[in-house]
Design a protein around this ligand. Structure first.
Ligand SMILES: *Cc1c(COP(=O)(O)O)cnc(C)c1O
Length: 182
């Protein structure tokens, strides 16, 4: 699922003692994941104003390992200054992950703006027919790909070929549906 992809991304680059920054507009179940799961494992979470832009630099310290962005954000639809946040994060060696479900890669390509992990809840626009649960993580760096692959194997993540064929069906009409939905 999309939530599983978010969890996998977060788990693959954090460990006890680290902190993750989440925009206040984050998809709500991610808050539950952060509170009920990351917290007890020793990963601290802090929330920030999605319109903070480069001001995110004031929230980062040596504990912060990962910053999530979601643009537009769930329900409230803020469009974030993703390049500004990426610049501030990378200056401190911090990775940035984007939940790109709302924009879809047809409207925004996070990797082209320096984001390290681009995550999409395929269950939504991609599958398009409310009959599949799937998530996707795209990266450019092969080392990150290998880390995600190793962690996903350990956790037993997988998708069925039937579900993949349903998603391929959905992709055929993605751009048409997106235009209409807008
Ligand atoms: C639905 C959604 C998810 C989670 O996707 P599931 O496949 O339902 O787990 C994550 N992020 C956003 C923005 C969503 O809308």
């Amino acid at each position: 699922s999309g939530l599983a992809a978010i969890a996998l991304t977060t788990l693959s680059c954090t460990r006890s003692g680290d902190r993750v920054l989440l925009p206040d507009s984050i998809y709500d179940p991610v808050r539950t994941f952060a509170q009920t799961f990351l917290g007890p494992f020793g990963v601290d979470v802090a929330y920030y104003d999605p319109l903070i832009g480069r001001g995110i630099a004031g929230l980062v310290d040596d504990k912060v390992r990962l910053i999530w962005v979601e643009s537009p954000g769930s329900v409230t639809m803020e469009v974030q200054d993703v390049p500004g946040i990426v610049e501030a994060a990378h200056a401190r060696g911090i990775m940035v992950a984007a939940d790109n479900t709302w924009a879809t890669p047809l409207r925004f390509k996070p990797l082209a703006h320096g984001v390290d992990f681009s995550v999409t809840a395929i269950s939504k626009y991609f599958a398009g027919h409310s009959d599949v649960l799937m998530g996707a993580i795209s990266v450019r760096d092969e080392g990150l790909y290998r880390r995600l692959r190793d962690v996903s194997r350990v956790l037993g993540y997988g998708v069925s070929p039937e579900d993949c064929s349903l998603v391929l069906r959905g992709i055929e009409t993605l751009s048409v549906r997106l235009d209409r939905a807008e």
